[in-house]
Design a protein. Sequence first.
Length: 445
Amino acid sequence: AFERTWARTDQPVADLAVDRTWMWGPAATTGALQEDYAEAPNGTRTVQYYDKARMEDNSWRANQAPWDVTNGLLVVELVTGQLQTGDTQFEDRAPAAVNIAGDPGEHPTYADIAAFGLRTQPATTPGTVLGAWVEASGLLASGPTPPATVTAAERLTVTGIDHTVASVFWAFMTSSGLVSENGQPLTAPLFLNPYYATGYPITEAYWSQVQIGGTPTAVLWQCFERRCLTYNPANSPGWQVEAGNVGQHYYAWRSSGSGNPEPNPTEPSPTEPPILTPTPDPGYKTFGDGVWIVGKDIEAGTYRSSSTNSVCYWERVSSFGGMLGDIIANNASFGRTVVTIDATDYGFRSEDCGAWSTDLSQITTSQTAGFGDGAWIVGVDIAPGAWRNSDSSESCYWERVSDFSGESDAIIANEFSTAIQTVTIAASDTGFMSSDCGTWTRIGD
C-alpha cells in the first residue's frame, strides 16, 4: 500500500516522465517501522518515512484506498511539541527549532509558528494580494514588495481552523497531471481530495527572505497539518511549488527527543544520527550515512560505500534548500558504490550506504572473477576486456564511466535492456556500474 501511494504521484517524477515536485521523495528513507499508537492493534502501527512525509498503515480503520494509508499530522506535532502516540495521547517535547525553508539556521522555524502566534492569525479575505512577511524577529508590520503577485484563494473554516490557502498552493492542490495507477500512466487529479496530502492549513501564507545556497531569496510559504508548501517564483514552473522535507525533519526530531535535531537542521539524517566510523588505518577518511557539509564535516575525495544488502542512495548538493535544482548528481543502486565528492560541492547526503571510506583497494577475489551489481574500479576490482551478464529479466542497466562524479557527462556508454548484454570495458575507463544484471563473466580481452 505504501508503494502504491508513493507511485501514484512520484513514479512519473522518478521516471522523468513529468517535470514537477516530489510529494513524497525519490524513495523511502527508512524501512517499515513499528511505532506506538494506542488504538492500533497490539498498540503499534506500521509506518515508513519519506523526505516529505510519513506514511502510516491505516488498514485497521479503513480498508479502501487511498484512506488505508494516511500521512500523519507531523507539522502540528513539530509546531506544538506534542508527539502523538494515540488519538488522545501525547508526549511533551520542545517545538522543533528547524527551518521551514532555506539553508541551515534560517527562519522561520516550526517553533517560530508557535512563538509568533501564527496559528491564530485571522484568515485573509479571498482575492487579497498576499504581502505579509515573517522574519527572525516575527511577523513584520510591513515588508518589501514580493517578487510575484499571489492572492488568497480558498478559505477553509472548520472547528479550530480558519485560514485561507494561497492561490499558488490551491492551484497545485487541485491540479491534474500524469499519475500512475496500477502501473499504468494516466492523466488525473494529483489528489483525490485536495487536502489528502497536505491536511488543513494551520497558518496563513507568508513571504520570508531566506538564504538558499547562500543567495538571499524571497519565498512564500504556508504550513498545513501534514506538509509545509513553499513557492519560489525563480524556480522552473514545475518546481515553483514544493513540499518541504517534513518527513526528514520529523524523524530526526522524534529520534532526538528534543526540538533541535543534529547535525543539520535543514536536512537531518533519515536513518541513524551520523557518527564517524573509526577505521584501523588512520590514513583512510571515513564517515557514515547522514547529511554532511563538504570542507567542514567531510573532505572532498573519492569514497566507496560499505553496504551490500540495501539500496544505497546518495546525492551531491549545491545547498540544503531541499529543491531539485540543488542536486548536482545523485544515484540509487544496490551493492557497494563509489562516488567522487568535489571540493566545490556544498554538501553530501546518503541513506542506507553504510560507511564511506577513501579505501579504494580491491574488493573482488581477482580482477577476472565474476562480479554483480554495484560500482567497480577498472584496473583495481575488474580487468578490462569483454564481459557478459547472466540475467537481464529485471531490465539490466550498465554504464562505463570516466569518473565517479555521478554526472551525466561522465558516462562513456550505457544500456538499459532485457536482453543479455556483452560489454567491452576499456583500460582507459575509470569505472563500471551495473544494476539488475546478474553476474558478469569475463569472456575475452
